[in-house]
Every structure is written in C-alpha cells, then in structure tokens.
Ligand binder design. Structure first.
Ligand SMILES: Nc1ncnc2c1ncn2[C@@H]1O[C@H](COP(=O)(O)OP(=O)(O)OP(=O)(O)O)[C@@H](O)[C@H]1O
Length: 265
C-alpha cells in the first residue's frame, strides 16, 4: 500500500528566472490508507500538486515520492480520477473498466472476475453493457472510480472528481466514497474547491495559500470524526449539522477567505 510525500517541492512554469512560480516549498506526508484533501484558492497550484504525484509534471525542485519511490513518470501504482470522467465513448462500461487491466496483461477470466467485483462495488452491475452517453454524469463518474479501483493502485489521485456533478448527485457520490473508504481504505490525495466535501471525506485537510501556493495549515479531521462518531450517521446532512462539523468548516472557510485576492477571487 502507498504513501505520498512532497518534500520541499517548488514549481515554476516557464523560464526559471522569468516564469510563474506556482508552488513554494510544499511539504506534505500522506500516510498509507490516509485520505488527504487539498483546498485552496483558484490557481494556487492544487492540480499541479496532483499532477506531480501522478507523474504528469515534474517539480522544478524538491521531491515527490510514492511509497518511497521518487515519481518520474506515470505508473500503475497510481490511479487518477479527473473531473471530466475521461471515459472512452465508443466502449461499454465493462470495456472501459477493462482497459487498465488489459495493460496489466492479466488473463481474461481473472479480468472478468475483477471487473465483476468493481461493478458490484460501484453498483453498476445492470449497466455493464451500456455506453457512457447512455449514463448520467454520476453514473459515468462511478465508472471512472470503478476503473481506478479495479487496478488496485497503491494510491488514488482525485482531482475535483465530483466538480461536474449536480448538487444532489454530488452528495450521493460523497456518501458512496465514504462507504468505499470504510470498506476498502486507500491512500487518497483529493483536490476540491468544496470545503464541506473536504471535511466530510478527508482524514486531514491541507489548506493552501494563494499563488505561489504554500501549505498554510493542516487540519486533523479524523480525530474529531472519531471522537464525535460521525461514522454513526449514514447521511451527509446529519454529519453537516453537527457542531463539530460546522466548527471545522467555518475554520477552513475563514482561513481560505484570508487568501482571497484584492478582487475577492
Ligand atoms: N502547463 C502549464 N503551463 C503554464 N502554466 C500553468 C500550467 N499548468 C498550470 N499553470 C498555471 O499554474 C497555476 C496553478 O494551476 P493549477 O491548475 O495547479 O491551480 P489550481 O489550484 O488547481 O486551480 P483551480 O482551483 O482553479 O483548478 C495557474 O496559474 C495555471 O495557469
């Protein structure tokens, strides 16, 4: 199982001396099976952090490592779920989930078994032969999550995975992800704009400053979740009503508000 580590990571886009500094000395350790959400103002470099962990982007200086190995390129130990579901429209749900498994060169009967359990995990069994355009946004994102889970990656990198969904579907998916995290805990780096989502889902929430992004504060949600027994509530609105939840959410909101630019964005 995986851990993710950012050590003294800086990122400049463009020429070293005249480029745009996007990230400034990012240090963050995500432990095995820990769920960490990053929140921060638009453009502060959240996605860039995730892309570096995925191996799509290299740090200008510093090290990003997964399970102790320095990330230099994408690899099967990491699965990425994007806001846009990135499914192949001409392939069925089953074939979309099968794609990564084919790259692993697994025999067909073993792939079929894994696909069946991923379909079950995400309640997609009755849609296995459907094409993406026949599914709602929420269902398409379930397929993208199933495709990530079926690969059994060491870490899951999720970039605003529910950002394109309507509010109600988003809540269903958040509850679903919490269920998954309980039955099948993974190491997750999760990027979001939504403070409530971060507090509801994450063990810890890292708050970034505006660009050049630094980690300003890390909030330990897990201790409070456990102390206040949030997991005894199955509905997100019941958790969101709790004083302990409201307190954390407000704290993060205030911290983010301090980072707004002169135009309030
Ligand atoms: N490949 C690139 N080349 C040049 N600049 C880039 C590149 N990728 C990102 N940037 C810039 O880096 C900054 C940080 O981008 P990034 O997408 O990481 O921010 P973010 O915090 O995820 O933003 P948002 O919340 O709006 O999605 C932005 O100003 C963006 O324009």
């Amino acid at each position: 199982m995986g851990s993710i580590r950012f050590q003294g990571v800086n990122k400049v886009f463009g020429p070293e001396n005249s480029g745009v500094k996007v990230l400034d000395d990012i240090n963050l350790d995500i432990a095995e099976r820990e769920f960490v959400a990053i929140v921060g103002p638009s453009g502060c470099g959240k996605t860039t952090c995730l892309r570096m962990a995925a191996g799509f982007e290299a740090p200008s200086s510093g090290i990003v490592s997964v399970s102790g190995r320095t990330v230099t390129q994408p690899g099967p130990d990491r699965a990425v779920v994007f806001q846009q579901f990135a499914l192949f429209p001409w392939k069925t749900v089953r074939a979309n989930i099968d794609l990564g498994l084919r790259n692993k060169n697994l025999p067909k009967d073993q792939r079929d078994e894994l696909i069946a359990s991923a379909l079950k995990l995400m309640n997609l069994e009755s849609h296995a032969e459907a094409f993406p355009h026949q599914l709602s946004g929420g269902m398409q994102q379930r397929v993208a999550i199933a495709r990530a889970y079926v690969l059994d990656p060491e870490v899951l990198l999720m970039d605003e995975p529910f950002g394109a969904l309507d509010a109600q579907t988003r809540v269903v998916m958040q509850e679903e992800l919490v269920r998954l995290a309980r039955v099948n805990p993974r190491t997750v780096l999760f990027i979001t704009h939504a403070v409530e989502e971060a507090v509801y889902l994450a063990d810890r929430v890292a708050i970034m400053t505006r660009r050049p992004g630094r980690i300003k504060e890390i909030i330990d949600v897990r201790t409070i979740r456990q102390a206040e027994n949030w997991d005894s509530f199955s509905k997100i609105e019941d958790v969101m009503d709790l004083d302990s939840f409201v307190h954390l959410r407000t704290h993060i909101w205030r911290s983010l508000r301090e980072e707004k630019g002169p135009l309030g964005v």
